[in-house]
Design a protein. Structure first.
Length: 273
């Protein structure tokens, strides 16, 4: 496939294995993909330089960094202190991304517990994230995470209208959860090239069925119509990457067989679309 296919390190690191950065270094060469999307965890602060040095030493290809998800929690909190902390953390993530040679930084722009209760606050703050990413030569790709009060697609459209340089990560799982995947596929965001990155994950529940968000199915085991979605991406001339996000997390090793099966599944459906 012409579009790069990456594997998120979050697909094989999590609470079960202590979110260890070592698994990427030790198992990446066994994954049949074009590179890694490196997930930054809160526990990694204070050791980001060492992790970047290890990944460079192992010659890992890391074109995308997924910024610490807790940045989104602080973006949602309207207090000035929360904004200050969000920007501090985001800048550390940007420095880490540059050390890895990444070009794209994915970021949650709302989170728990406030979610999107204060959209104007989030919209304004996104301009500060965009400026920071630009200072480090990175493309900001804000993600359509699940939200409590509104529509991720509407938020993305508002952000696109306000900030010329902002790009978006379209995650199939929350899009399906909100019943917006078809709308995203037909939206001006895709047509205008504002969707710069795509996350591949499935969802087995119905519209905003909160208790069905987990466990996350492997691609093809939920309700996302991937053939139709991939056809829409190709029709609109999408040139960005796709990242496998569906988790397969073990305590002491990486299940490369299952991850490679999922990567092959994505590649085969993309080629058929």
């Amino acid at each position: 496939m012409n579009n790069p296919l990456y594997c998120s390190t979050g697909a094989f690191t999590g609470r079960v294995n202590g979110r260890t950065p070592l698994f990427a270094a030790d198992f990446a060469s066994r994954l049949d993909c074009d590179g890694l999307e490196v997930m930054v965890y809160e526990e990694w602060y204070g050791q980001l330089d060492e992790i970047a040095a290890l990944y460079r030493e192992r010659r890992l290809r890391c074109p995308v960094v997924h910024a610490d998800k807790t940045i989104g929690d602080r973006m949602s909190d309207p207090s000035p202190q929360a904004l200050e902390d969000a920007l501090r953390r985001f800048e550390e993530n940007c420095r880490f991304a540059v050390r890895l040679g990444a070009q794209t930084i994915v970021c949650h722009i709302w989170g728990v517990p406030a979610s999107d209760a204060c959209p104007e606050t989030i919209y304004t703050r996104c301009g500060k994230l965009l400026a920071l990413a630009g200072r480090y030569g990175l493309m900001l790709a804000a993600e359509n995470c699940v939200c409590v009060h509104g529509s991720p697609l509407r938020h993305m459209e508002e952000l696109a209208a306000r900030w010329d340089g902002i790009g978006f990560t379209l995650d199939t799982r929350p899009a399906q959860f909100h019943g917006e995947l078809d709308a995203f596929s037909r939206s001006g965001l895709l047509r205008q090239g504002r969707v710069r990155h795509v996350h591949i994950g499935d969802y087995a529940g119905g519209f905003k069925e909160w208790d069905r968000l987990y466990p996350i199915p492997h691609p093809g085991e939920g309700k996302v119509d991937f053939p139709a979605f991939f056809a829409a991406l190709r029709r609109e001339g999408y040139t960005g990457a796709l990242t496998l996000e569906s988790p397969c997390i073990l305590p002491e090793r990486v299940d490369t067989d299952t991850l490679n099966r999922d990567l092959r599944w994505i590649r085969e459906r993309w080629e058929r679309s």
